[in-house]
Design a protein around this ligand. Sequence first.
Ligand SMILES: C[S@@+](CC[C@H](N)C(=O)[O-])C[C@H]1O[C@@H](n2cnc3c(N)ncnc32)[C@H](O)[C@@H]1O
Length: 201
Amino acid sequence: MSQTIQKENTAFFDAWAKSYDCFLFQFWMKHFHQGVLKVLDFSKPFTLLDVSCGTGELLNTIAKKSPKCKLSGMDFSQEMISRAQRKNKNIYFQQGDVHKLSFKDNTFDYVISTTAFHHYHDQQKAMQEMTRVAKKGGSIIVSDIHFLLRLFNFLNEKLEPGCVHVNSGKEMKSLFEKVGLINIQQKRNFMFSMITLGIKN
Ligand SMILES: C[S@@+](CC[C@H](N)C(=O)[O-])C[C@H]1O[C@@H](n2cnc3c(N)ncnc32)[C@H](O)[C@@H]1O
């Protein structure tokens, strides 16, 4: 099951990488990024890992806003990562799997995932890994698709290649609670997205 999902995701995102930076896609993706940008504290430099960074657009925006931040990005798709690497040489990028991150425990002030969580075949394990590499007191932020109409969430699961599960707000909160995150907050980002954040204790 997990291998089938990873294969679907690799084929889908390697192919999509070629046109991922086109204006229309990025116009859509920026809506998911806005919610994350609003909750980052830009008053001081921070360390941040984007666990499914795609072509690194959100990381580039963060780097422009706060050049002293130490930013890292990883993604399962080598095509996405190659494009991200070409765009910003000051950000550390690596190909990898969110289910087994190669970073050390307690490394980042922020660990984020945008528009990707519904593609993870073991969402509990992914949350554990994201939490493991966050510092104590650091934040985990997940911005993912969540349509107002449940029918669309169902259709997305059926139609989007590599889509595993679109979580309800309650399910996402429960995943955050199970890994011991505290001060969990959740808000709708725009009509098609929900953002959930929690602090590592
Ligand atoms: C829709 S894209 C979002 C990219 C970027 N976060 C953005 O907001 O534009 C979803 C990304 O999740 C990545 N992904 C899927 N499964 C993954 C996994 N197991 N580990 C890491 N990344 C994964 C895909 O390769 C793809 O680049």
